[in-house]
Design a protein around this ligand. Sequence first.
Ligand code: ADP
Ligand code: ADP
Length: 232
Amino acid sequence: EGGARTVGLTKVYGSGGTAVRALDGVTVEFPAERFTAIMGPSGAGKSTLMHCVAGLDTATSGRVFVGGTELGGLSDRALTRLRRERVGLVFQAFNLVPALSAADNITLPLTLAGRRPDREWHDLVVRVLGLGNRLRHRPAQLSGGQAQRVALARALVTRPEIVFADEPTGNLDSRTGAEVLAFLRRAVDDLGQTVAMVTHDPVAAARADAVIFLADGRVADVMRHPTAARVL
Ligand code: ADP
Ligand code: ADP
């Protein structure tokens, strides 16, 4: 059972007069094997939603499920494990380790977890992302699009229940951005992965299967089969 969902997720930062209600009763679904975009103005709660579902932050109230597992019921240790092995993260800045080859960057989550790569899955990910001839390169020797694909391969290598991409096209020119979006789509369509993406870019959002619009910590709208014109 892949995918993730929240039920009445509320996140309050701080307390008393300075408390900030970053999320206020958010119920959303990231269906398995679908590509969901999260949009909304700055401060709407997009990062907080991503962090709560990815187990990087804990809910103040409400429920978060990754696959069939409710995060609120987990010990710190189990939560750390879930974060490492059942959620994948792709950051705008790639966060690749400069001293490691692309190959070693990709398998790093497995190395850290003391797991061996599932060779068949690893090779499939590398092939689908077109990284076969880049594996020996260091991050500095990769183009922006290649580095983003290595970061995506690293997020996929544990075969997580959901992958979050935070503004994956934010630092890229439009052509490279389109290429990265095509690879996110392949992760969903060819590898059967569940992908969620925070973005400000309507063209990027239009590649998703659905767009969740947040405003002031609430779900303002959910659009299925988005187009750039409708997202704008
Ligand atoms: P977005 O990603 O849509 O820009 P965020 O989730 O980053 O929105 O932020 C939602 C609200 O929560 C904002 O008002 C922000 O200032 C606040 N916020 C986010 N993180 C923290 C934090 N660690 N401490 C206090 N307030 C925070
Ligand atoms: P399709 O024809 O592609 O199956 P449908 O219009 O039948 O699409 O349904 C849209 C699909 O989008 C549903 O299966 C629904 O589960 C899914 N979906 C994708 N993202 C979301 C989301 N964030 N919230 C709710 N449903 C979503």
